[in-house]
Structure formats: C-alpha cells, structure tokens
Design a protein around this ligand. Structure first.
Ligand code: CP3
Length: 351
C-alpha cells in the first residue's frame, strides 16, 4: 500500500509533489511571468497579433508563447499564457492596453448602476483560453506541470473600479463609499473566476495560482472584507465544483496579514513576495505547507555572482520547507535570457 502510494508519487511532476508537502533538493523551479518581453522570440511573436488581448485569445500564439521559455530552460512548470484581465473583458468590461503604460478599462467609479454580463456567458467567451490549455497540455513533456491562473477578486476589481493600475487609493475609498456595490462586484468576480479556473482544470491544468497582486496597503478589516472573504468563497466554490488540484495563493504586499491569508482562505500553498522573510512564512504557515518564492526579480537584470549568491540564499532560507523556487514578483523586461539560464543552472545544482 505504502509502496504503491510512493510509486504513484514518483510519477507526479516535482512541482505537484512539493505542493503535496514533499521537500525536494533541488527544488522545482518556474519563473513568475516566464513567457514575455525579456525573450526576443516573444517580442517577435507578439507582433503577429493586433492587440495584446487578441494575442491572449489566440490559442496558437498563446501556446507558442508558453513553449518558448521551456525550449530554452529546463523549467519544472509551464504557466498558461493569458492575463488576469480576460475575466472583466469577458464580463463585458472591455480591456485594452496603451503602449508603454499598461491596461485600461472604462472605470466603474465613473458610472452608476453597475451591470455585468452573466458568468456563464463570460465563460463561453473565454473558450479560446481553455483551448490553449488543452494545446499546451498536449505539448508538454511528462514531469512538467501545467499551472492555470486567475487574478483574485480584489486585484481584478481594482482595475475595474479605477480603469487602470497605479496607486489603489480610489478603489480602497470605494470600499467605504460604495460598500454594497463593491461587495456585489466581488461576488460576481468570485463566481466567474471559480468557473474560469474550473474550466482550466477540466482542460488540463495540474494546479492553480491566484494572483492577489494588490494585497498591499489595506487595513485589517478591509483586508478581511475584500481579500480574505472573497478568496475563501472562491476556494470553497472551486472545491464545490469538484476541483481537487492544489491552489497557490500569492498575496503580494500582504505583510503581517499573510498569517490570516494562509490560515483563513483555504489555499494549499503560499507564493512568498520579495519583501517577506522565509522565517516569517514558516512561523505563520501550517506545518508542511509548500512555500514558493522569492528571489528579487532585479537580480535577473544584474546577473553574475550577485544572482548566484541571491539564488543560493533563497534556497538556504527555505531549505526546511517544501519549497518551489520562484521570484518574489514577475520577471521584468530588462532581465536577460542568459541570466535566467544561469539562475536555472544554479538552482538545479542544489545546495
Ligand atoms: O508567463 C507568464 O506568466 C505570462 C502570463 C501572464 C501575463 N500576465 C501576460 C502578460 C500572467 C500570469 C499575467 C498576470 C498578470 N497580469 C498580473 C498578476 C501578476 C503580477 O505581475 O502581479 C497582473 C497584475 C496583470 C495585469 C497586467 N497585464 C498588467 C499590469 C500588464 C502591463 C504590465 C507591463 O509590464 O507592461 C499586463 C500585460 C501583460 N500581461 C504582458 C504580458 C506578457 C505584457 C504586454 C505585452 O506583451 O504586450
């Protein structure tokens, strides 16, 4: 029995074994935003679609973008190429990108009587994303895990409320000024995101990551209301839909509220951001919870010994936990493929 279980475990991708609580040396590695503009072949591919959203909705282009970093580096996971903002786009809140500036939507805060299309309709519109997941799955080597993802309700809501990134003061003010509307918006996002992630798992995703990129700067009661409760509802809804794969939560900037986040939302693993110490993460995480992180993405711009030392420091800091090597936030366009190669080589050499 025990042997059978072990044999089964050994066939699983390393990333999934660690998510289930195993410690591996060397740790599995993937890189947040591993497909993207730091790769010349991505920049070339990107010119083949008129807009970034068109690119995301093209299964052929999106699948190719996923495969590009895997051809260069022996990474342990692929992540779906898409964006957290396809969810509002599919709910009828059109998203476009301004060159050199970032995403734009018509801000909800300038409107009264917020209306969204039905979650079911949104999911139908996102069919090309699920086709992309199927295509990636059929291209992957065994042993390479496929990660599906979505933005967390609050992070996606901040873009919908303000119509853009930047500081999140207006979105936070809306929690006080228009609480019922914000709660209703978060509920729509919980349901749509649950169905979106469920569809990715059905299409072949082996685990999921929820990006709460804007967890910073929230007072505890607001954090409970807009981060913890909606994430808890999302995880519960996923489990009710029959999703059993591991879920990684990445509450960037949550600081001391990481404790409440990992103990109250129901996520299985923690994405640790750049500012958080491994010791703090161990202290607050339940025993055996996988921790993912947290190399500073800037070291991938610098390279050389600075990068090697920083990568080893991360491995040492997390050596007593089930650890997935990753960055503390997304790779920047200024990073070089040569530095990513050095990083992967350094991590694969182990401690
Ligand atoms: O390999 C991968 O991980 C790529 C898939 C991916 C993208 N976006 C593609 C993308 C993922 C996982 C995301 C997540 C995402 N998108 C987040 C959460 C992660 C984080 O960094 O906090 C957020 C906040 C977004 C919203 C978003 N999309 C912004 C703010 C921007 C502009 C940022 C910038 O650097 O210009 C995007 C655009 C975007 N999403 C790009 C890519 C490759 C760059 C646009 C392009 O290639 O034309």
């Amino acid at each position: 029995m025990a042997d059978g279980k072990k044999a089964e475990g050994e066939n699983l991708p390393a990333l999934i074994r660690v998510l289930r609580g195993e410690r591996l040396d060397p740790p599995p590695i993937w890189i947040m935003r591993q497909a993207g503009r730091y790769l010349p072949e991505y920049r070339e591919l990107r010119t083949r679609a008129k807009s970034f959203m068109d690119f995301c909705y093209s299964p052929a282009l999106a699948t190719e973008a996923v495969m590009q970093p895997l051809r260069r580096f022996p990474l342990d996971a692929a992540i779906l190429f898409s964006d957290i903002l396809v969810v509002p786009d599919a709910l009828g809140r059109k998203v476009w990108f301004v060159e050199g500036e970032g995403p734009r939507l018509n801000p909800l805060l300038e409107e009264q009587g917020w209306r969204f299309d039905d979650p079911e309709k949104a999911i139908q519109r996102l069919a090309p994303v699920y086709e992309t997941v199927e295509r990636i799955k059929s291209n992957l080597q065994p042993g390479v895990a496929l990660i599906g993802f979505a933005g967390a309700p609050w992070t996606v809501a901040t873009y919908m409320l303000q119509g853009r990134g930047g500081d999140k003061d207006e979105a936070r003010r809306a929690v006080y000024e228009r609480p019922h509307e914000v709660d209703a918006l978060l509920d729509v996002l919980v349901e749509t995101t649950a169905q979106h992630l469920n569809a990715q798992v059905k299409a072949g995703a082996d685990c999921l990551q929820i990006f709460e990129s804007w967890a910073e700067g929230l007072p505890p009661l607001v954090f409970q209301r807009v981060v913890i409760q909606p994430t808890r509802k999302l995880v519960d809804r996923l489990r009710a839909l029959g999703v059993t794969v591991p879920i990684i939560g990445f509450p960037r900037g949550a600081g001391a509220q990481i404790d409440a986040y990992i103990n109250e939302t129901g996520v299985d693993a923690l994405g640790v951001d750049t500012q958080t110490t491994a010791d703090y993460a161990f202290e607050v995480a339940p025993d055996g919870m996988a921790l993912q992180g947290n190399l500073d993405p800037q070291t991938l711009v610098v390279g050389g010994e600075v990068l090697e030392r920083a990568a080893r420091d991360v491995m040492i800091a997390f050596k007593s936990a089930p650890h997935i090597f990753n960055l503390g936030h997304g790779i920047t366009p200024q990073a070089t493929p040569e530095n990513v190669e050095l990083l992967v080589r350094t991590v694969k050499a182990g401690l």
